[in-house]
Every structure is written in C-alpha cells, then in structure tokens.
Design a protein around this ligand. Sequence first.
Ligand SMILES: [Zn+2]
Length: 409
Amino acid sequence: MSSFSFEVIKEIPGQLGRAGVISTPHGQITTPAFIPVGTKASVKSLAPEAVTNLGAQAVLANAYHLYLQPGAETLDAAGGLGKFMNWNRPTFTDSGGFQVMSLGAGFKKVIDMSLGSLDSDEAIAESKERLAHVDDEGVTFKSHLDGSMHRFTPEISMQVQHQIGADIIFAFDELTTLHNTRKYQEQSLERTRLWAIRCLDEHKRLTDQRSDKPYQALFGVLQGAQYEDLRRKAAKDLSEMNSSGIAFDGFGIGGALDKASLGQIVSWMSSELPRDKPRHLLGIGEPADLFAGVENGADTFDCVAPSREARTSAVYSENGRFNVSSATYKKDFSPIEKDCNCYTCSNFSRAYLNHLFRAKEMLASTLATIHNLAFTVRLVDRMRKSIVEESFLEYKEEFLAKYQAKRMD
Ligand SMILES: [Zn+2]
C-alpha cells in the first residue's frame, strides 16, 4: 500500500497545464510548486524555519553529494533526510546521474541551455580530462572532493536514495548534452530505458526489504534532448513500463533542454504521459521558463539559480532582476520589492543589503536568499491560483510584460 498519490484539481482549458495535489508520507504539495534546492541537506545560508516561513512546501537534496559526504548510511542512521536536517515537510532527492556526469564528465557549463552559444568542444571536456566514464552497466567517476574513484549503477543509485529516505526519488539516467550526435542520443536513450527497468526492480526489492520505512515514490527520468521523436518515445516507454509488478509513481523531465523550445519539449512529453501522475521539471527556475513549464503540464520544479544568484547579490523583482550591491542602492531605503511580504522585505532596505554585501557579511546571503526563494515560490503559487481561477494566460502575459520590460541585468 503506497501512501503516495496525485490528484488533478483543475486544468488550463485547451492546454496541458494543471493544478493538483501530491500527497506524500510527510504531507502534501499543492501544485504547480517550486521546490528549493538543499543540495547537501541544507538550503545554503538558511535555517529550516526560514525555508518554511518563505513558503516552501518541500526541498530537494542531491544523492551524489550526500553519498560522498557524509555518506548515505549516516542519513539512514539519522532516520532519513528530513529528520537529519530537521525538515518535517516532503523531500526529494535526484538520482545523482546529473552530478556524476556534469561534474565528472566536465561539461564545462553544466548543461548548455542554448544551441547557439557554445560549440561542442567548449561544452564537453576532452576525453582524457573527463572524470566520468559511462558504460552499459553504470558510470565510474572521480569524486570532486578528494579524487577517489566511485561507481554508480541504477542499483547503487536506488540503494543510496533509499538510505537517504526522501519521499520522492528519481531513476538513474544518463545525461547527454545538446551537442552529442543524434546517434549517441539514440544509444543513450536506450541505455536510460534499460536502466529505468533496473531501477524499478531494485526499488521494488528495497521497498519490500525496508517495509518499516515511509513509502518512497520513484519517478522515471525522461531524456531525448531536442528531438521530438526521442522525447515522445521516452515518455511513452517509461509511462508503459512495468517491472517486478510496479510502475513509476511520476516522471522527471530531464537532460539537455534548448531553452527556446522548452515549452514545446515539455508539451511533447506531457501529451504522452498519464494525466494522473505528477511531472517534475528538473533544474528550471527562470520566470519565463516556469510559465512555459506550467503551461505545458509540469507540476513541480527545482533550480539552484534563485539561491545561487542571491549569494552573488542578484535579487529578483517583478520589474526584473537587479544587483543590490550596485552603487545605485547605497542610500535606497526601500525594500528589494515594495509588495513582497518576505522576512527580508518586511524588515530591511536595499541600502542595508548593499552594505552587507560590500562588507562581506554572511547575513547578506541569508537575506537575499530568503527574498529570491520567496519570490520564486510565490510566483509558481500564483500560477496555481490563476489556473484555479481560470486566468493563467492573462497572469502570464501581465507578469512577463512587466518582468521582461525593464530587465536590468
Ligand atoms: Zn522579499
């Protein structure tokens, strides 16, 4: 008996987007929702109370990083990720595939988001410099921490994610870039399909073996780069997949996504996927991309950008992003955003943040992170509200017109 479910509450008329509710053993997530990233079981610079107060419904941690440090068995002994980090709402972990290959293979800009901006030599390190090597069984990689050698297979990723104990976990997939050849994308997709079957089998075995633990939902990860036939095939294959008597509980839309066609790529897959299972769009957090994802049927999102950019003093507002450490704000005693009800905007001025960043005070990162995460979480929450009130497209137009008009970056 699983204690995981998803219910669609309302759909955007004539579109694939919807509002819904995911239920997990640690509570519900009303969707669409933005899930802040706590890579190493910590949302950088924030105590969990601050993460709760800014409106986050769940957090997503990283299996690769936690496997290397402190080790998945430590989280298992602690009673799982949520208990270890004192976060009592739902949790996600990604499979480690992305980090194993993006850090290990030396994709220099991680995953390039635009087909035009880089050539393949810039996107992928020379083979001899690579720290990760993929074969049909799994991936051998070198730790970015100490250079030690490790191996991830679909089975090991499932074991690590069961020990970490998040409510929603992801199948182990191979990551490609937009610059791999079509032939390689086909081979890789087949490898990821075979790995998905192995993930289901191992997940079933571990779920039975650890039946005293809270139920963990397994999402299959869909690849296929920019190719419509491959994206549709991935969605169809994984939604029909059944092994050891179980199917995937939901789906992760992953891999290289050409930003210009993000919405279209998500729509190809959403139209093949079952309506009654949730879809997570991995690594997407820019406002225009969030709208495209929601409109085309993605339910949850995670991205390091809002918190990472906050730490470099780039803050978000409805009129675009700006750099609060710039001299312009030295004596600006207004909040980052007038109508924002976050802890930072309720209590502090741009001038104070400007000072904290220039003085290299740790509080600078904390306050800017609270605002950027609150902004992004609220944006997706408002998309949900607009779907329920049947005004999604109007909200999208109104928001983006303002956000894109005066971008200051
Ligand atoms: Zn704010």
